[in-house]
Write a protein that binds this ligand. Structure first.
Ligand code: SAM
Length: 280
């Protein structure tokens, strides 16, 4: 039987092709086209509007770096806000922290959650059953504009700045995120490939700098996301990530009894060291 190929349509001049064993499930929702594919190289993959969101084989790198960098940088994270994140990987990692009492996930497309719980359980690993989690079906920008709740950490795990996520890359959204953060609050967001989507990193960094005193890029290499280093942005008014000593990060890692597959206190320190070309 000839191999079936899926070609990702994210980058204009670069195409990633994945050999597909089967299409596990697919549906067009009011927000986007949703597919779960069984790929030969990366296991099951969540694809939204032709763009690979996450895969079983290396999702831990992305989810650990999006979650433990801000939660271990914060002295005692109790309330966490997740915008997007319908596959459940971020909430899974946040709920591993014993100090965390409450996680609110605001996901615009409840079908993503339903599909991932059913067809991609290796990522959420039962996190949606945790009593500390509240799921809000709705637009993340509207939520931060109107909520009275306050958070220690806000994690923006959205799709790229097209379609329903476009509003999550605007300065007004970042202002509202700052509004719902407590005094020592931290926000993080992904900004895609630092090589193929460099404008996304620059634009997000300059918009965040209009709102937060401290904005620091950090990096990780995630094979599913082609284009070299993958970029993240750390933003806060009080916490300077480079000031966290290795000893303090190691003690927080021990206290939280974390045993991660990628994230370590040393990686935490190293990921903020940028190549000269990326000094954003
Ligand atoms: N890790 C992936 C990445 O880096 O591309 C993101 C994965 S996560 C599944 C992205 C989620 O953001 C999707 O489930 C999508 O429905 C959600 N989303 C997009 N726009 C949103 C909005 N305005 N408010 C809340 N969730 C949104």
């Amino acid at each position: 039987m000839p191999t079936r190929w899926f070609f990702e349509t994210l980058h204009r001049h670069v195409r990633q092709g994945l050999a597909v064993g089967k299409v596990v499930a697919q549906r067009r929702t009011p927000f986007q086209k949703l597919q779960i594919l069984e790929t030969m190289a990366y296991g099951r993959a969540l694809v939204l509007d032709g763009v690979v969101q996450t895969t079983e084989r290396d999702e831990h790198i992305y989810h650990e770096m999006m979650t433990h960098v801000p939660l271990c940088a914060h002295p005692k994270p109790r309330c966490v806000l997740v915008i997007g994140g319908g596959d459940g990987g971020i909430v899974r990692e946040a709920l591993r922290h014993p100090t965390v009492e409450r996680v609110v996930m605001v996901e615009i497309d409840p079908e993503v959650i339903r599909f991932c719980r059913r067809h991609l359980p290796a990522i959420c690993q039962g996190a949606f059953e945790d009593k500390r989690l509240q799921v809000v079906a709705g637009d993340g920008a509207r939520y931060v504009r109107s909520t009275g709740e306050r958070f220690d950490v806000a994690i923006v795990d959205s799709t790229d700045p097209i379609g329903p996520a476009r509003v999550l890359f605007q300065t007004a959204f970042y202002r509202d995120v700052a509004r719902v953060l407590r005094r020592r609050g931290v926000a993080v967001r992904q900004t895609g490939s630092t090589f193929l989507q460099s404008r996304e990193l620059d634009e997000a960094a300059s918009r965040l700098r209009r709102v937060f005193r401290v904005v620091a890029p950090y990096l990780a290499a995630i094979p599913t996301y082609v284009g070299g280093f993958f970029g993240f942005l750390f933003a806060s008014d009080r916490i300077q990530p480079a000031r966290a000593t290795l000893a303090r990060l190691e003690s927080r890692y021990r206290c939280a009894r974390l045993a991660c597959r990628y994230y370590t206190p040393a990686i935490h320190r190293a990921c903020f060291v940028l190549p000269a070309s990326l000094k954003a």
